[in-house]
Design a protein around this ligand. Structure first.
Ligand SMILES: Cc1cc2nc3c(=O)[nH]c(=O)nc-3n(C[C@H](O)[C@H](O)[C@H](O)COP(=O)(O)OP(=O)(O)OC[C@H]3O[C@@H](n4cnc5c(N)ncnc54)[C@H](O)[C@@H]3O)c2cc1C
Length: 124
C-alpha cells in the first residue's frame, strides 16, 4: 500500500462485505470524492462468499445470486461507482490522528490521515 493509494482519501471504509460496499456506494452517490474500500481478503463479498446457497441479491439487484456471484456483483458495482478498492489489506489499528495501521503481503505500515497528502510509506 503506497501513500498515493490511501493518503488523500476523503473516506476510508474498512471491510468489503455487503455493509462496507453499501456504505462506499452511498458515499459516492452522496458526492464524496475519493472513497477507498479496504479488505483483508482477496475479493469483496465478506461472509457471503462462503455461502453456497442463493438468497442474495434479490432486493438490490433484482436477481438471486450464489454467494460468490454476489461478491463479484458487489465488486462491479463498486468499480462502476468509482470506489477505489484495495484488497489483501488488513487494518490493524486506527490512530487518534486518523492514520490507519495496515498489514499487506508486502509488509506493514501506516497510512496517512484521510486528509493528508504526505503520509509515510509503509515500513518493510
Ligand atoms: C454460513 C453463513 C450463511 C449465511 N446465510 C445467509 C443467508 O442465507 N442470507 C443472508 O441474508 N445472510 C446470510 N448470512 C449472513 C451474511 O453473510 C451476513 O449478514 C453479511 O455477510 C454481513 O455483512 P457485513 O458486511 O456486515 O460483514 P461481513 O460479510 O463479515 O464482511 C466483513 C468484511 O470486512 C473484512 N474485514 C474485517 N475486519 C477487517 C480489517 N480489520 N481490515 C480489513 N478488512 C476487514 C472481512 O474480510 C470481510 O470481507 C450467512 C452467513 C454465514 C456465515
Amino acid at each position: 500500500m503506497t501513500a498515493a493509494e490511501t493518503g488523500i482519501a476523503d473516506v476510508v471504509v474498512v471491510g468489503g462485505g455487503p455493509a462496507g460496499v453499501a456504505a462506499a456506494l452511498e458515499l459516492r452517490r452522496a458526492g464524496i470524492g475519493r472513497v477507498v474500500l479496504l479488505d483483508r481478503e482477496g475479493a469483496l463479498g465478506g461472509a457471503t462468499r462462503h455461502c453456497t446457497h442463493s438468497p442474495f441479491g434479490m432486493r438490490e439487484f433484482g436477481r438471486v445470486c450464489l454467494g460468490g456471484a454476489y461478491g463479484r456483483r458487489l465488486a462491479r458495482e463498486a468499480q462502476r461507482a468509482g470506489v477505489e478498492v484495495r484488497l489483501n489489506c488488513s487494518v490493524t489499528d486506527l490512530g487518534q490522528d486518523g492514520t490507519l495501521a495496515l498489514s499487506t503481503p508486502e509488509g506493514a505500515g501506516r497510512s496517512g490521515p484521510s486528509a493528508s497528502s504526505s503520509p509515510p510509506a509503509p515500513a518493510r
